[in-house]
Design a protein around this ligand. Structure first.
Ligand code: F6P
Length: 362
C-alpha cells in the first residue's frame, strides 16, 4: 500500500511540475531510485566524540530520505542505542532548527559492547526488528571500524560520514567540525594573547589532538604562535628553549606556544611550564588547557554546507546499492573511499604549513 500511495504522489508531483526541465529531471532521478532499490528504511546515528556539523548532517540525511520517499529512523546514543533498540522515526520536520546547533540531537557514545561480535549481533537483531535496511554513521575512525565489521558480518549496507574535530580521517581533506573547531581555538588564543602581551608572559596552550596535530598546526599559524608542538614531529626541548631565547632577544613582548594533546616531547603542558621556568627564569609562564570547549558551538558555514552535501551523497549512495564506503571531500568534490582504507590511514600533516609556521616566527 505504501508503495502504491508513494507512486501516486510522485505522479501528481510530475503533473504539477510539468514544464520545468530541472524538476522533471529530479523527478525521474527519484523514480529511478524508487524502483531500483530494496532499501526502504535508512537509519542515522552519531558515534564517538561529537563535532559541530553533526546536526546539519543528521538533518541532511533525514531530509534526503524524505525527498526520496524513504523512511528514516534516528538511532540514539550511537551503537549503544543500536544494541538497545533506542530508535525514533524521523521526518523532515523532526530536524527543524538544528542546522545551527552544536553537539548532536541524537546523542553520542563510545560503545565497548559494539567491539564484540555478541554486541554487534544484538544490534543486528534490533535493526531487523525495526525493518531498517541500511544505516549512515556519522563519526570518526572508531565508529567506522565498528561499521566495517558490521557490514562484513551481516552484509548490511553502511555509509560513513566523517565527523570529528581532529581532521584525522584518510579520504577527505576536511572532516565535519574541523573548521568550526579551528575558529573556536583561534578566537580563544586571540583572547589569551591580549592578557599575555599585557603582562609580557609566555603561555603554553593545550589543544585537542590525541594522535594528530592538525588543529595545533592550523590554529597555531592562524593565531601567530611562536612554537607549535605536534605528535607528528618531535623537535626536542632544546629547540624550544632556543626559539624562546631568540624570541626574547628580538624584542617580542609575549609568546604563545601551542601544544597538541598527543605531542611527543614527553612532557605535558604543566611539565613544559616547569621546564621552561627552570631553564629560562626570565619568562613568566602560564598554562591554558582549552579542553572540550573546542568541540562545542554553532557550526561554521563551511561545516554546515559540507554536512548538507555529505548527507545527500550518503543516502544517494545507499540507494544506488553502494556500501562500506565513506563520503569525503577532495578539491571541493565529493568522493567515496572504502571504509577500510579510511580507517587505516591518517591525513598527513601539511609540511608546507610547518615551513610557513617556521618562517612566521622570525
Ligand atoms: O574527538 C576526538 C577528540 O577530540 C580528541 O582530540 C580528544 O583527545 C578526545 O576526543 C577526547 O575525547 P573524550 O571526550 O572522550 O574525552
Amino acid at each position: 500500500m505504501h508503495i502504491v500511495t508513494d507512486f501516486a504522489v510522485l505522479i501528481i508531483e510530475f503533473a504539477i511540475v510539468e514544464g520545468s526541465f530541472i524538476k522533471i529531471s529530479l523527478l525521474f532521478l527519484r523514480l529511478t531510485f524508487f524502483w531500483m532499490g530494496t532499501i526502504k528504511k535508512i537509519a542515522v546515528l552519531t558515534s564517538g566524540g561529537d563535532s559541530p556539523g553533526m546536526n546539519a548532517a543528521i538533518r541532511s540525511v533525514v531530509r534526503t530520505c524524505a525527498y526520496m520517499k524513504i523512511d528514516c529512523v534516528g538511532i540514539y546514543r550511537g551503537y549503544e542505542g543500536m544494541i538497545e533498540g533506542d530508535f525514533k522515526e524521523m521526518d523532515a520536520r523532526s530536524v527543524n532548527n538544528i542546522i545551527n546547533k552544536g553537539g548532536t540531537i541524537l546523542k553520542s557514545a563510545r560503545c565497548d559492547d559494539f567491539r564484540t561480535e555478541k554486541g554487534r549481533e544484538k544490534a543486528h537483531k534490533q535493526l531487523l526488528k525495526a525493518g531498517i535496511d541500511a544505516f549512515v554513521v556519522i563519526g570518526g575512525d572508531g565508529s567506522f571500524t565498528g561499521a566495517m565489521f558490521f557490514n562484513q558480518e551481516f552484509d548490511f549496507p553502511v555509509i560513513g560520514i566523517p565527523g570529528t574535530i581532529d581532521n584525522d580521517i584518510f579520504g577527505t581533506t576536511f572532516t565535519l567540525g574541523f573548521d568550526t573547531a579551528l575558529n573556536t581555538v583561534v578566537e580563544a588564543i586571540d583572547k589569551i594573547r591580549d592578557t599575555a602581551s599585557s603582562h609580557n608572559r609566555l603561555f603554553f596552550i593545550e589543544v585537542m589532538g590525541r594522535d594528530v596535530g592538525h588543529i595545533a598546526l592550523n590554529a597555531g599559524v592562524g593565531a601567530g604562535a611562536e612554537e607549535i608542538l605536534i605528535p607528528e614531529e618531535n623537535l626536542g626541548l632544546d629547540r624550544l628553549l632556543d626559539s624562546l631565547k631568540r624570541s626574547k632577544k628580538s624584542g617580542k613582548s609575549s609568546s604563545i606556544v601551542i601544544v597538541a594533546e598527543g605531542d611527543k616531547t614527553g612532557k605535558n603542558v604543566f611539565e613544559l611550564k616547569e621546564y621552561v621556568e627552570e631553564h629560562l627564569p626570565i619568562y613568566d609562564v602560564r598554562v591554558s588547557v582549552l579542553g572540550h570547549m573546542q568541540r562545542g558551538g554553532s557550526p561554521s558555514c563551511y561545516d554546515r554546507v559540507l554536512a548538507s552535501r555529505m548527507g545527500v551523497k550518503a543516502v544517494e549512495s545507499l540507494l544506488e546499492g553502494k556500501t562500506n564506503l565513506m563520503v569525503g571531500v577532495q578539491d571541493n568534490k565529493l568522493i567515496l573511499t572504502p571504509i577500510e582504507k579510511a580507517i587505516k590511514g591518517h591525513t598527513k600533516i601539511d609540511k608546507e604549513l610547518i615551513r610557513v609556521s617556521e618562517i612566521m616566527t622570525t
